[in-house]
Write a protein that binds this ligand. Sequence first.
Ligand code: NAG
Length: 302
Amino acid sequence: MGYMHLLSLFFTQIILLLVLLLVAETTAKVPAIIVFGDSSVDAGNNNVISTVLKSNFQPYGRDFEGGHPTGRFCNGRIPPDFISEAFGLKPSIPAYLDPSYSISDFATGVCFASAGTGYDNATSNVLNVIPLWKELEYYKDYQNKLRAYVGNRKANEIFSEALYLMSLGTNDFLENYYTFPTRRSQFTVRQYEDFLVGLARNFITELYHLGGRKISLTGVPPMGCLPLERTTNIMGQHDCLQDYNNVAVEFNGKLERLVSQLKRELPGLRMLFTSTTYDIFYQIIRSPAAYGKLYSSFTKEF
Ligand SMILES: *[C@@H]1O[C@H](CO)[C@@H](O)[C@H](O)[C@H]1NC(C)=O
């Protein structure tokens, strides 16, 4: 839990800073935050689908307002929630599938993310979670509902001025490529990275054609340092798996190039790739003492 909290906290600070820089470039206000991705940004969509991958039980949510689990894979709020608050919007972004919310709530922020998903359909199949293409179908459904709720003109303005957050990719490697033989028999890891980048390109292009203009794409963290990877790295004295981290760096480089290409190809697209999440997160793992207070809370938990 402490680990996830740290992760969220740092992702949040870094993404927030970059996103604020992105938006500072524009004079327009952000009327809504719209979220796609995996457990790093899922606000509770998995609560209502039939998967074992859920977090709607304690101690998840112990620091959330009211102290109850919401389906966020975190002790408290997750990065999009802090970002929303920083833009003067709601302090937390509701999950689209949560029946206790309606279009009036979603008008200023909505989350379509699903823990366990990835760019690849085969990844979401592993734990029967929402595939990325379906997150986009839900977004289309949201567009129709918002048009009916605020009218066409206002809705289109929201779609183009909203900030879109995307955070996924880790599960494609850890839950899928390195766990099951299918993709490994079809692709080398480099080829699989390219396959995923192609899927990311298609998704972002589709989102653009649906009206999205301000997009933040978050790369993958040092995947070889995640708790499960270190726990099972018995031969390596539970250190980070360097191979996985190398793949993460390589994949992030490809995503970053994709973002520059898309910005050249798609007029009016403002897009940002947050690669620094990797570096900062890695530094914290490598020299926790340099981060003072965080060091003590980290060691207390582990
Ligand atoms: C993923 O699945 C959807 C729905 O079956 C399909 O439309 C889409 O083409 C698939 N994507 C890929 C890359 O196979």
